[in-house]
Design a protein around this ligand. Structure first.
Ligand code: COA
Length: 282
């Protein structure tokens, strides 16, 4: 991948996995205006990068994101409404880019996740946490409600009852508790976090990119559709994926289906390998 430079982020690409590291350790990676502008650019860069198949998001210095920057985004922002509006607009743009990123995204939650960071976590497809990470909605503790789209985004990924408890009590949960309530997929000891994420990324890299994109966009957008529109929409999306060059078979079928008919392939036991076409013979 071409090297990109950002003030508040590090981006590193190894073996088709691009890792975006939030890099404001002095503020526990709280999101200041520059962070929003950098994320807006970085997500465009990795989405367009041909060497990137999977995107991982993590934080520096034992923190994921400590929420919005209370000093530079809010305190200074209230004195500079135009600057706050620009940063807020960028925040909305990059959250949307992350949700609909054409490549799969994995949150590698290595520490604090507070307030607005929940919307970032919800926008990632898969989440793996250090079991001792700390997650919370502290807004109620200082007299406000969780802002932005938090109360809209969180129930997509967490049981409603748990969200209400967190938002009303202001109590924190650990990564382990987040996994127990299914807000993250897995919680592992800190020493295993990176390997767990890279194992997931390796598996995703073996899947057809078009099918990954159709599945995640289909899932994300289906949530806001009625059943009729959802069915038609996913049919169109998966038709597009099935027409990709690698998947095409003869007479409108796919090569994987042909192999299944010839008893050379069982889809439930792994991805179809169109190079050998002998993925897992019966
Ligand atoms: N905005 C701006 N600065 C923040 C920040 C935030 N959200 N969270 C942490 N920081 C800064 C602190 O002010 C401190 O800066 P300083 O060294 O210049 O004084 C630095 O990060 C380290 O924070 P500190 O509180 O000393 O570290 P800690 O590990 O003991 O606690 C937190 C970290 C995140 C638990 C604590 O700082 C906190 O409660 N932050 C606010 C979290 C929040 O309410 N987020 C929701 C906003 S939407």
């Amino acid at each position: 991948m071409a090297q990109f430079e950002y003030d508040t982020l590090l981006v590193d690409t190894v073996d088709e996995v691009s890792t975006i590291t939030f890099n404001r350790p002095e503020a526990r990676n709280a999101m200041n205006p520059q962070f929003h502008f950098d994320m807006r650019d970085a997500l465009k860069d990795v989405a367009a990068d041909n060497d990137t198949r999977v995107v991982v998001l993590t934080g520096s210095a034992g923190s994921w994101i400590a929420g919005m920057d209370l000093k530079q985004f809010f305190y200074e922002g209230f004195k500079n409404p135009r600057g706050m509006a620009d940063a807020g607009e960028a925040a909305g743009v990059w959250n949307r880019s992350l949700r609909y990123m054409p490549k799969p995204t994995i949150a590698m939650v290595n520490g604090y996740v507070f307030g607005a960071a929940f919307s970032v976590l919800c926008a990632c497809d898969i989440a793996v946490a250090d079991e001792e990470a700390l997650l919370g909605l502290p807004e109620i503790n200082w007299g406000i409600a969780p802002g932005g789209n938090l109360l809209f985004d969180i129930p997509e990924m967490m049981p409603f009852r748990d969200m209400l408890w967190m938002a009303l009590s202001g109590e924190n949960i650990t990564g382990k508790q987040a996994a127990d309530m299914r807000f993250v997929n897995f919680a592992v000891p800190q020493a295993e976090l990176k390997n767990k994420v890279l194992d997931i990324a390796e598996n995703l890299k073996k899947k057809a990119p078009e099918a990954l994109q159709s599945t995640k966009l289909g899932a994300r957008l289906s949530l806001k559709m009625d059943r009729e529109h959802q069915g038609a929409f996913i049919m169109a999306l998966s038709g597009q994926a099935g027409r990709s060059a690698d998947a095409r078979g003869t007479g409108g079928t796919t090569r994987a289906l042909e192999q299944f008919m010839d008893k050379k392939y069982r889809p439930a036991f792994g991805e179809y390998d169109w190079q050998t076409e002998e993925s897992n013979p019966r």
